[in-house]
Design a binder for this molecule. Structure first.
Ligand code: IPE
Ligand code: IPE
Ligand code: MG
Length: 232
């Protein structure tokens, strides 16, 4: 069972194409994508994955048409309300990480409420990366460290020390990163934290990625040989 990854992260991609293929509005793909999050969270909890993180909205996604941005923010709000019982019944901790200054006050308040009420839950942690980008994270960490430390302390920082200033401080780096919809890129996701992450790419569109597909990715991970630059 040591081949079960501790932290699985997902770049959920392909909602728009899923909807378009059915003659639906893009937002319908996002709605269906929420079902995939629930399915993968259920599988993660059942299989002993301690952290499941999902890239829900990138800093770059703010540049989408305004109506899609608004629809996505409303969907976050509604999903958090609807899933409260899922988190409480299944001992799931909920965490949002990203540039929260760009979110509305109402959304931030709802996020804080849900984070507080699930803070003591221990089975699995669901992390929503919202208004996140890897470059933003590294930059805010550097600024925080520079403000807090003396020039001598700053010069003496190790990579491990530096990672304590990242927004992901205290969360283990992802062991496995899944990206759906056939795109083969990082899209400014966990640039620092992904240094030794195993990648899993699939053509399946996010709304079609459910428990069996998640477990297929776990099975593939179990077959990987992680060497960290060493000789085995
Ligand atoms: C992923 O699906 C969801 C977000 C990025 C918010 P997309 O909306 O990117 O769907 P495609 O890539 O256009 O199909
Ligand atoms: C990446 O998907 C961001 C999220 C899944 C939140 P995009 O669809 O925005 O990425 P690009 O534009 O194809 O790189
Ligand atoms: Mg996309």
């Amino acid at each position: 069972m040591d081949r079960i990854p501790q932290h699985v992260s997902i770049i959920m991609d392909g909602n728009g194409r899923w909807a378009k293929a059915r003659g639906l509005e893009r937002v319908q793909g996002h709605f269906e994508g929420v079902e995939s999050v629930r399915a993968c969270l259920e599988a993660a909890a059942e299989d002993g994955v301690k952290y499941l993180s999902v890239y829900a909205f990138s800093e770059e996604n703010w540049n989408r048409p305004q109506d899609e941005v608004i629809a996505l923010m409303e969907l976050m709000m509604r999903s958090m309300k609807n899933e409260l019982h899922t988190f409480l019944d299944n001992n799931i901790r909920f965490v949002v990480l990203g540039n929260r200054a760009r979110l509305s006050d109402t959304l931030n308040a709802a996020i804080d409420d849900l984070m507080n009420v699930t803070a003591g839950n221990t089975r699995t942690t669901l992390i929503l990366f919202l208004s996140y980008s890897g470059q933003w994270d590294i930059l805010q960490a550097a600024k925080k460290a520079a403000a807090e430390l003396s020039p001598e302390e700053f010069q003496a920082l190790s990579a491990d020390d530096f990672s304590k200033y990242l927004i992901t401080a205290g969360i283990p780096d992802p062991d496995l990163l899944i990206r759906t919809s056939g795109e083969l890129r990082m899209s400014n996701y966990l640039l620092w934290q992904g240094a030794y992450t195993e990648f899993y790419f699939t053509d399946i569109l996010w709304p079609d990625f459910r428990k069996p597909q998640f477990r297929e990715a776990l099975a593939e991970y179990a077959r990987r040989d992680r060497r960290y630059g060493k000789v085995k």
